[in-house]
Design a protein around this ligand. Sequence first.
Ligand SMILES: Cc1ncc(COP(=O)(O)O)c(C=O)c1O
Length: 443
Amino acid sequence: MDKLALFGGSPLLRSEDHGRWPQVTAEDKAAVMEVLDRGLLSGMYAPATRAFEADFAKYVGAKHALLTHCGTSALQLAVAAAGIGAGDEVIVPAYTFIATAFACLQEGAIPIFADVDEYTGLIDPASVEAAISPRTRAIMPVHVHGCPADLNALSAIAKKHNLLLLEDAAQAHGATYQGKPVGALFAAGGFSLQSSKNLSAGEGGVFVTNDDAIAEQAIRLRNFGQDVIADDARHFDLVRPLDGHRGLESLRIGSMYRGNEMMAAFARTQLARLPELTSRAQTHFQKMSHALSELPGLKMQAIGSDRTSVHHKVRLWLDPKAAGVPMSTTAFRDGFIKALRAEGVEVVLWQNAPVPEHAVFQKMEGFGRNSPWSAGGAEAMQFARKNYAMKYEATRRLLDGSVILFSQSCPLIAQNEHVVGKTIQAIQKVWHHRGDLARAVAQ
Ligand SMILES: Cc1ncc(COP(=O)(O)O)c(C=O)c1O
C-alpha cells in the first residue's frame, strides 16, 4: 500500500471533494424568496411557520410541532411545559452536547448525570436507575449521533419510579425505534435545526409532543408566558399579522423562543429532501461498517436491530491493543487523526470531556448564589456535587478511544459515494500503516 500522506505519500481526498452542509438548492432559495416577497417575516401563525410545523409533525408522528429559534429552546420548552422546575432533578447522559443539561438549568431544574454505553454512546439504563433520588422528575435520553436510546428499558424505569421521559432528539430527525419515529414517543421532545444537523435552517429548533395540555403550555412559554392559545391561529390576519386580539398578559415566566418565516421556509424545502438523503447516508454507513469490520481493533457505533439511526455523526472506536500497537489509547487516537487528516479525511473529536466535568458543574455558581441548585436545598446540592464528582468511566473511555468521522461542516449526509469510498480507503491505508502512528504523534 502507498506511503502515508503524512510521510510524503499522496493524499486520497482534497478538501474541496467534501460536500458542505447544508446544501442550498434552487427550491430553498425560491421558498425563502417567496417569504421575502410576501414581506411577512415572523409570527407564530405566519404561513411558512405553520406549513413547516405541519410537515414536521407528520414526519415525526407528533400531534404538535412548534418551531423555535434553536434546539436548546425546544428542549427548554419540553422541560418547562412538562411541569418541571425549581428543585426538580432530570437525569441526562454524561456524553452529550452541553445543551441537554443547560435546557434543565435554564428552567430552574437540576441535571443529574448518568453514564453511557461505551460502544453506543447512549445513556445506560442501569446508571440512570442508580442516579434516581426523591427529587427526580424526569429522564432525558439523547438519541446521540442520530441513534435512538434504549427506550423500552428507560420507559420501564420511568414507569417504576413515576418519572417523565423527555427526548433530546436534536440529532435524530427521522430515526425510528421499533418502527416509530423518535421525538414525541413520550411526554415531549426537541429537535435542533442548527447548520450541522441533518435537517438544517442555519439555526432553529422544533418542540414536539402528542399531549394537548403540554402543547398548550409550550405555546405560551414560547411567547413570553403570555395568555396565547393554539386556537388564536384561527384569528390570524395576513394583513395585520403582528396584531392579535389579546391583552397579552404574561401568566408565567417564558421567553421569546419563536422562529421566523425564512428559517421555516428553508427548513421545509430541506425536509422534503430529507428522507432521500437520510437513506443515502444509511447506505453509506452500512458500506463503511462492512468494509471497516475487517480491520482488527476498529469499531463503528453499534445500532440495535430494533431501531434505525440517521447517522448524524459517525463515531469510530479504536483499540490499539486489539490492533497490535503498543501505544496508549489517546496517543493512538491522536496519531490516527493526524494521519487521516493528512489523507484529506474530515475527522474531529467533537467533545473531549464528560459534560459534568465542565467548569460550570464543578463550580456550581449558576445564576448566582448557587441558583438553581440551591432551590433543591442542602441535600440536593450535596447530591448534585457528588454526582458531578463521579468518574463516568464509560464516557471517558468512549471519548479517549474514538473519533468522529466527517465534521460539523461536512457531515456524512452531505457526502457522495466517491467521498465515502475514499474515506474507507484512507482508513484502510492508515490501518495498514498503524505501526507508524507513534511516529505520526511525534511529528
Ligand atoms: C444532543 C444535542 N442537544 C441539544 C442541542 C442544541 O441544539 P441547538 O444548538 O440548536 O440549540 C444539540 C446541538 O447543537 C445537540 O447535539
